[in-house]
Design a protein. Structure first.
Lengths: 370, 320
């Protein structure tokens, strides 16, 4: 597959691994922010290629995992209403709210549909004028522009039977929360390449300065990740703390101007509670007043019932890199993809799901000779 | 699904043949051995690139018989029609079944039709059962899988699932992917006629290659090791999966199987498969190990090793 296989070459990967082995002189801890990167690392076995002195921590970059239970409960309530067509990305469907998930609403007769894009939901609203079509707008800066476009188009076309239940979150405030935590373990960040493709790099400069931490915008293929790790370690070993761009084939320093303009038109920055982590100021996006008519929270007037989280779930610690999934007492016993306690066990980008799926019974590792 | 089988059906129907949990049962009939299987077909949409529900209903049951090493002979066909299904569509499905049966060399010898009220079914459900004869000396089932056996796959994986998904979700790809639905009986016959000592066969339908491998590992009580780069995946399927966030190893096929043979016969088996158009890209993808029992480990293209797990529920397209 062109433009993919080139970034998965085994020989090049081993070359990077060898280079890292000779570069590292002391222990370093790196965090990959994005859950997509976590899955690529565990799926391809990239961590198995690294020198033992390097530790990879998995970050909070799984939008499904951090969507607060209160909002999920609202989604469940809206989706249960007659006349509503509730549209969502696929991996939201098995995430537990207070006791149930969207799949069980669907099984009970709710009209819950998987879509690939908010624009598909918009098209559905146009086709079904007698129904209320709601899209669950979950995601980071990557998915937010398409949701903004859907709201923009709904207003332009006067589609009154379409609305968004907005749960968008922003990456840099979450990184800052991790850096500002009392027992910080992170020496450097692999920033999420696709987020930088939209937003550019500028938001990371103040973080790199204030906290003396290298931040490298990194892609998702094995060689991207290895190169990103190499760039971080090179900075750490030479005492630098800069913002660098590994994913230059996709990321421009200023990001995608038209996507950012669309975000500004439709959304404003709001405080947001992150599931498992708690409230983070200025860390989410909400619809501007001009788009209030397309805001599902206002339209359906659902009150939060004060979401209940299972007390045994340690996903908050996992999301902040303070606990590796297998270190959780419930991992693989009380908590499995069939009986998840938290979202990190069911989301396709959740760290617990990655470990359960790929490393449940640690298969014997081949000894790598770099 | 596996749990439902164990807790409910196996428990209620207790039978040594059922407990084998093979694609079909092999039971004695006088001096001969009869293979017997049944399957119900429900697919949306009913017509997709490369096939339709009628073809699936014939090939699927023929394949389940073939997976026991049997020569498929006779099928039954049961139809549940939802009121409102167009007669024209039903005619097309039936014509397609006739064509598929002719191609497989099986006869549809009995059947049943029921019509239910609108809303009580999804257009058209088809059940087919089939019987076949197992030749003397042929013994193909999970219990025969041994550590040291080689694992082969008869073709590239994932076409059927992507073909159906592309129509269901209205996805337009540059290169349209056609379903791989086909009868596996000629491939199985070719292996047996060539004298290959086939230990086990499994078609890689629902849940794809990964699920078939996990089922065999569990039922045979062995471990499996699979080389990721050795598994054939067509470029267009790989591209579609990449785009949708799906893993091709879990995407359904309707005309592919995994083959377990003793290591010394692996190359011969591969050659036999490759001579048939349906097996042109057949490949050796792994080996059977002592353990860890019931688990499939995958050697990644980077040389790492990870679990190739049983999926919980369906693969859901992901967010970004």
């Amino acid at each position: 597959m062109r433009y993919v296989d080139e970034y998965r070459g085994a020989d090049e990967a081993r070359r990077y691994a060898r280079a890292l082995h000779s570069l590292v002189t002391r222990p370093w801890t790196l965090m990959e922010v994005c859950g997509g990167q976590t899955h690529a690392i565990v799926r391809f076995g990239i961590d198995q290629l690294l020198p033992p002195a390097l530790t990879l921590l998995h970050g909070p970059g799984c939008p499904v995992c951090v969507t607060p239970v209160e909002l999920l409960d609202k989604a469940l309530a809206i989706a249960s209403r007659p006349g509503v067509v509730f549209c969502s990305f696929g991996d939201m469907l098995r995430v537990p709210g207070s006791g149930r998930d969207l799949l069980s609403v669907k099984a009970a007769g709710g009209d819950v549909r998987i879509v690939y894009s908010p624009m598909d939901a918009l098209a559905l609203a146009e086709r079904l004028p007698e129904r209320e079509v709601v899209f669950f707008a979950v995601g980071f800066e990557t998915t937010a522009p398409a949701c903004a476009m859907a709201a923009h188009e709904a207003r332009r076309r006067g589609l009154r039977n379409f609305s968004l239940l907005v749960a968008h979150v922003l990456v840099p405030p979450a990184m800052e929360a991790i850096l500002a935590a009392p027992h910080r373990r992170v020496d450097a960040f692999l920033a999420a390449g696709h987020v930088c493709t939209i937003m550019g790099m500028e938001a990371y400069e103040p973080l790199a300065h204030a906290y003396r931490v290298p931040i490298v915008a990194t892609g998702f293929e094995p060689l991207d990740l290895l190169q990103g790790i190499h760039m971080c370690v090179a900075q750490l070993e030479s005492g630098r703390a800069e913002v660098e761009n590994q994913y230059a084939r996709a990321v421009r320093p200023a990001g995608n101007e038209s996507a950012r303009a669309m975000l500004r038109e439709v959304f404003e920055v709001v405080p947001r509670t992150w599931r498992g982590i708690g409230p983070i100021p200025a860390s989410g996006l909400g619809l501007r007043a001009a788009f209030a008519d397309w805001d599902a929270e206002r339209k359906f007037d659902v009150v939060s019932v004060g979401g209940r989280e299972d007390a045994a779930c340690r996903s908050g610690l996992v999301l902040q890199g303070q606990l590796k999934p297998p270190e959780c007492p419930a991992f693989g016993t009380r908590c499995t993809p069939d009986t998840p306690l938290g979202a990190t066990m069911v989301s396709s980008e959740g760290a617990c799901a990655a470990y359960y799926r790929y490393r449940r019974f640690q298969v014997p590792c081949p000894t790598t000779s770099p | 699904m596996r749990q439902l089988l164990e807790d409910l059906f196996l428990e209620a129907f207790r039978s040594p043949a059922l407990a084998e949990r093979h694609d079909g049962a092999v039971v004695p009939l006088g001096a001969e051995r009869l293979a017997f299987t049944t399957d119900s077909y429900v697919v949306t949409p009913r017509f997709f690139p490369g096939g339709d529900i009628g073809k699936l209903a014939v090939y699927g049951t023929v394949n389940d018989l073939a997976m026991t090493g049997a020569k498929p002979l006779y099928l039954s066909a049961g139809f549940i029609l939802e009121e409102g299904l167009s007669l024209d569509e039903l005619r097309r499905v039936v014509a397609s079944m006739r064509e598929a049966a002719r191609e497989c060399g099986v006869e549809i010898v009995t059947g049943d039709t029921k019509v239910v009220d609108r809303g009580k079914a999804d257009g058209l459900f088809i059940n087919t059962s089939g019987v076949g004869r197992v030749s003397e000396g042929v013994s193909v089932h999970p219990r025969r899988v041994r550590p040291g056996d080689a694992v082969l796959v008869s073709g590239d994986v994932g076409r059927h699932g992507i073909a159906v998904l592309s129509v269901r979700e209205g996805l337009a790809f540059e290169t349209p992917v056609a379903s791989d639905c086909a009868s596996l009986a000629p491939l199985v016959a070719a292996l047996l006629e060539a004298g290959v000592e086939v230990h086990c066969l499994r078609d890689t339908t629902r849940g794809g290659l990964a699920t078939a491998l996990n089922e065999i590992a569990l039922d045979a009580g062995v471990g499996l090791e699979v080389d990721e780069p050795a598994v054939p995946v067509d470029e267009s399927v790989a591209g579609a999966c990449e785009l949708l966030g799906l893993d091709p190893l879990y995407v359904a096929c309707e005309g592919r199987m995994v083959v377990f043979v003793p290591e010394p016969q692996a190359e011969r088996a591969r050659e036999v498969l490759c001579r048939h158009p349906l097996g042109a890209v057949a490949a050796r993808i792994g080996r059977v190990t002592e353990g860890p029992r019931g688990m499939v480990s995958l050697r990644t293209r980077l040389g790492g090793q990870r679990l190739l797990d049983l999926l919980s529920g369906e693969q859901l397209p992901r967010i970004c």
